[in-house]
Write a protein of this length. Structure first.
Length: 197
């Protein structure tokens, strides 16, 4: 708790009105990989409390669209359409399709992390499962040349997932943004240029 309270990114998020320090992770990824542009349609998976959705909405502007999903509730954000529910359920997927108007999207974001059990092998398997879910959704809704950004944890299954990502996208980069705590095993995979087979 003390680490969180004294964290420079937590303080900065508070002072700038962002809901979480995670906002700075997406900003850093965007600066490095030029992910967000005005007018884009973005899907944000595991969005609550909304830090990534805030950044995405700011950067796509009023001509763009951000659709955020989470099992947890999330307070409204201007320019963001929020759907509460599990996107693996048909009714939630249908709500997402309705929100994007049936059109393919430019970018899928996922900062999802599993509920931790404390058993590393179990937590890693759950993490890989979430990565696969995000990629499955991206393969359904992304346009040709679209991009996917996912949070991943190194461990069992990571290399296999990375290979799958490289088969589906032209360029894949592994990133560790400055706002990601150094002791954390989290990494971000940035996949650009979706290949449509």
């Amino acid at each position: 708790m003390q680490e969180h309270v004294s964290d420079a990114f937590v303080k900065e998020a508070k002072s700038r009105g962002y809901r979480s320090r995670a906002a700075f992770k997406l900003m850093a990824l965007d600066e490095k990989d030029r992910l967000l542009r005005p007018g884009m349609t973005v899907v944000d998976l595991g969005a609550a409390p909304g830090g990534w959705s805030q950044v995405a909405a700011e950067r796509v502007g009023h001509r763009g669209r951000v659709v955020a999903l989470d099992r947890l509730p999330m307070d409204p954000i201007a320019g963001v359409h929020f759907i509460q529910g599990d996107f693996t359920e048909t009714v939630v997927l249908e709500a997402l399709e309705a929100a994007i108007g049936g059109a393919p999207v430019d970018l899928v974001l996922s900062d999802m992390a599993p509920d931790l059990s404390g058993v590393r092998s179990v937590d890693q398997a759950r993490s890989i499962y979430l990565l696969e879910l995000a990629l499955d959704l991206a393969e359904t809704v992304l346009k040709s040349e679209g991009a996917l950004v996912v949070k991943a944890f190194q461990g069992e299954g990571f290399d296999d997932f990375l290979r799958r990502l490289r088969r589906g996208f032209q360029r894949v980069a592994v990133r560790k943004p400055p706002a990601s705590r150094p002791r954390s095993r989290e990494l971000y995979l940035v996949a650009k240029g979706r290949r449509i087979r």
